[in-house]
Write a new protein. Structure first.
Lengths: 458, 378
């Protein structure tokens, strides 16, 4: 397979070798049946510690208020909103893999969709913490929702901050429903495999009595298609609405129509980097390299070139528009980003997002696990810095020089970021122990010889 | 007691063998049967002659419901119940409604379609079935492909069905029996246990909500913002001996923007020290004329002669054109307006400081008009 020519008339097999369905069952269920390995415990220990730091810092914030953060006037949004946008962005890769690649009939998604969709849910859960915390009175989250109340008040439907509430909660709910729907057949398979009575009860309840009936598959497939069809515009709308938090304002550097597509492309970019990194670890730990193949990872890297190039183009376009617009304020913002007090963040962002991912044009880099892992980490760092640059530079220096200020994150800020990473990875570690990392039904359906030949003649 | 027969099951090695068996089953006229596979097979629905799933229409209805209710709620809120004045923008700003309406549409369409499928087609919560925990189900969950023909089918006859399945290549052709409890189970969604569970969950949520909103929010530290040190109007206060929070202003307090008149009761000093700060310009004179006609003319007359139409009904003011008044400095005239003189009360409350000075200028105009000199014509 290493000649230069690629045969595009034949679709590459999704899995390596020719495993049988029962072998797949065994391989994917193995982590669920065994006691966790030492590596898992070490990982869990690290992530739980990070989570504990986060819980402590969240507790400090709840008790003493958001004054314990580094936010000030004029930089009233700091790590809180940077982290929010970062995590929501990471969630988008999962839905793209689950829903969009499903609609595009890319069979290679079957090995990774389950894990990616789980990552979406965990990432959105991490994201949702931040808008909640930054409200100040975190014990009154219901004030964000429109309900009839004795104050006679309603929420402001013209505010993008409110649209965020609806978008992120809808995204979390629909992603969870979509993920659960795909899990039902797998839970039934696990129910029929397990002998442990408690596990059997739990699987029986949550598999909803699924019995792999053809009549049920018929409705299931229709529902899955409907959800994929809805999840696709949903994921595009969610990060668009998040970008409206900035684009609908008048701050120079924020008030630009490029933000919605730029944010969505950036979200897919950072999400794919996180999914790719996590999959590399998972396939190594659970010996699933024949099911999450190098071909699949290479395809993900190709998506990263596309979205990374879009992000790089957006950076260049912002500069062009800043000059072309003739707006002194807009031009200053971009000069300030490159040369001002946060220039170190800006150039980190450019290096990580624009320069390093371009190495994926080379096949050797695309197919090298250590290199792609490294570039994935750099992309995540770079995309975090992109949100930091957008939020902090535009706020710290906007229209009036007498209003300029500087932002320095407080230890509590950093602690909450560390905690969100801890929460995310802890949830992933728990997930891989409790539920099948790869969708059993989906991966079996794309094995060679899995589908009847005759349907092609109909 | 012999358990009643549910049906006969058979396993097949390959998807193609299964599809062939399905074709034969359909051709033979069986209708109460089902096909089982660990994943969806292409072309199976067509081979089983299944009608297209109506879930798409469900999604349409739920989605439209979501869109209409979201837009309806937002419209009612922004037009009827709580319109917000935002820079004169239209109250029904439909572009702002698009994001929320879209999200609610997607939310309702997705979630309710899945819930409908689970309740209607999977018959939740009545999910038990004779095929559960059979060896057939174990195989079919993992790597087997199978058919089950139910005994309830009108054409069912155990020997014939067994023969047909075996001849089609079916392995492990065997019977499946009903569980006795399943027989007594209705197909009702409103099963007592399930409704009881829902009611219990509802009760639990209500209790938690009540405790959270009505009890916890009034406890420390959540109530810290409600208890503030500041004095609110009408509130009692322990700081003061009579316990009343609201206090009268301290002796000598002066209102904002107010300066006390320094020459109260001292007309000579007023005349000596006060200087008209306003220039003699047309706008000032127009202002003075307007205010004079409003406030002064009822008693002093339109031209300052003291001959207003109220003359005779009260002690007339002396004319303003006397030598005494003409010789008076501006400050003395201002003093009379501010402090009052004899019967005339103070007009400081009705006429502002600047207006009084403007009236002084106007009075000078009237005085000059009444004692015009030849030189004034130039």
């Amino acid at each position: 397979m290493s000649t230069g020519l690629v045969d595009y008339t034949r679709e590459e097999p999704v899995v390596a070798g020719r495993p049988t369905a029962s072998e797949i069952d065994a391989a994917i269920s193995a982590p669920l049946d065994q006691f966790p390995t030492r590596i898992w415990w070490i990982g869990f220990g690290i992530t739980s510690t990070m989570l504990a730091i986060g819980v402590l810092c969240v507790g400090i914030t709840l008790w003493s208020g958001v004054g314990t953060w580094g936010i000030n006037q004029p930089v009233a949004w700091g790590f809180d909103i940077v982290n929010f946008v970062f995590w929501v962005g990471i969630g988008h890769a999962g839905t793209l893999i689950s829903a969009i690649l499903f609609l595009l009939r890319q069979r290679w998604r079957n090995g990774i969709a389950r894990f990616a969709e789980a990552m979406t849910i965990f990432a959105v859960m991490c994201a949702a913490i931040f808008p909640l915390l930054h409200t100040g009175r975190q014990w009154l989250p219901l004030y964000l929702m429109p309900y009839p109340n004795q104050h006679g008040l309603w929420v402001n439907f013209t505010s993008p901050l409110l649209w965020d509430v609806f978008a992120v909660s809808t995204y979390l709910t629909v992603s969870a429903v979509f993920w659960y729907l795909g899990l039902v057949p797998d839970l039934a398979t696990l129910r029929d495999r397990t002998t442990h009575p408690v596990k059997k009860l739990i699987y029986s309840v949550f598999s909803l009595g699924w019995r792999h009936s053809g009549r049920h598959w018929h409705h299931f497939e229709r529902a899955y298609l409907i959800l994929a069809g809805f999840a696709t515009p949903l994921v595009l709308s969610v990060h668009t609405i998040v970008s409206f938090d900035f684009a609908v304002s008048v701050i120079p550097g924020w008030h630009t129509t490029i933000f919605p597509p730029y944010f969505v492309a950036g979200a897919v970019f950072s999400g794919f980097a996180m999914v790719q990194n996590s999959l590399i670890v998972v396939r190594q730990m659970f010996k699933l390299k024949h099911l999450i193949t190098l071909d699949t990872l290479e395809k993900m890297n190709k998506v990263m070139i596309v979205t990374g190039s879009m992000v790089g183009y957006a950076y260049a376009m912002e500069y062009f528009i800043a000059w072309y617009s003739g707006s002194q304020f807009e031009l200053f913002v971009f000069i300030n980003r490159a040369l001002g007090p946060y220039a170190w963040a800006y150039w980190t962002m450019v290096a990580c997002n624009v320069i390093f991912p371009q190495l994926f044009w080379f096949k050797k880099v695309r197919r090298s696990i250590p290199l792609m892992f490294g570039i994935g980490v750099l992309v995540n760092v770079g995309m975090w810095f992109e949100r930091f640059v957008i939020v902090v530079t535009s706020l710290s220096r906007d229209f009036l020089p007498s209003s300029w200020g500087h932002y320095v994150p407080s230890p509590v800020d950093v602690g909450i970021l560390v905690g969100s990473l801890g929460l995310f990875f802890t949830l992933i570690l728990v997930f891989v122990r409790v539920l099948p990392v790869i969708s059993l039904a989906e991966i079996k359906s794309v094995l060679p010889g899995a589908q009847p030949e005759r349907h092609e003649h109909n | 007691m012999k358990k009643p027969l549910y049906g006969l099951t058979a396993l097949f090695d390959t998807p193609d063998a299964l599809m062939q068996a399905v074709d034969e089953t359909v051709k033979a006229g069986y209708t109460r049967y089902d096909v089982h596979a660990p994943y969806p097979l292409h072309g199976l629905a067509r081979a089983m002659r299944l009608k297209p799933s109506p879930l798409g229409y469900f999604a349409l209805v739920f989605g439209l419901l979501g869109a209409v209710s979201a837009v309806g709620l937002m419209t009612w809120i922004t037009l009827v119940d709580y319109p917000l004045v935002i820079g004169g923008k239209p109250f029904w700003s439909w572009p702002a409604f698009v994001p929320v309406a879209f999200e609610i549409t997607v939310l309702l369409a997705s979630v309710l379609t899945v819930v409908s499928m689970i309740v209607i087609y999977f018959k939740f919560p009545n999910i038990s079935h004779p095929l559960h925990d059979t060896p057939f189900m174990k195989r079919v969950s993992s790597d087997g492909f199978g058919i089950c023909i139910e005994a309830a089918d009108p054409l069912f006859e155990e020997a014939r069905v067994r023969g047909m399945l075996t001849s089609l290549g079916g392995k492990d052709v065997g019977p499946v029996y009903f569980d006795v409890e399943d027989l007594n189970h209705g197909q009702k969604v409103f099963d007592l246990k399930f409704v009881g569970l829902l009611a219990g969950v509802g009760l639990l949520v209500s209790i938690i909500t009540y405790l959270g909103l009505n009890v916890m929010l009034y406890m420390k530290p959540f109530n810290w913002m409600m208890e503030q040190e500041k004095l609110k109007p009408q509130a009692a206060s322990a700081l003061f001996s009579n316990g009343i929070g609201m206090r009268p202003p301290v002796e000598g307090t002066v209102a904002r923007g107010f300066l006390p008149y320094p020459y109260k009761g001292r007309p000579e000093d007023a005349g000596r020290y006060l200087v008209n700060p306003l220039p003699v310009t047309k706008p000032v004179l127009d202002l003075g004329r307007e205010k004079y006609l409003t406030f002064c003319s009822p008693c002093h007359g339109n031209f300052g002669r003291g001959d207003s139409r109220l003359a005779g009904q009260f002690p007339n003011p002396p004319t303003l054109h006397s030598d005494k008044v003409r010789d008076w400095p501006d400050g003395s005239i201002y003093h009379v307006m501010t402090d009052g003189q004899n019967v005339m009360p103070s007009y400081a409350a009705q006429v502002s400081r600047d207006e009084r000075w403007a009236i002084v200028h106007y009075i000078r105009v009237l005085q000059r008009a009444h004692h015009a000199k030849e030189s004034d014509l130039q």
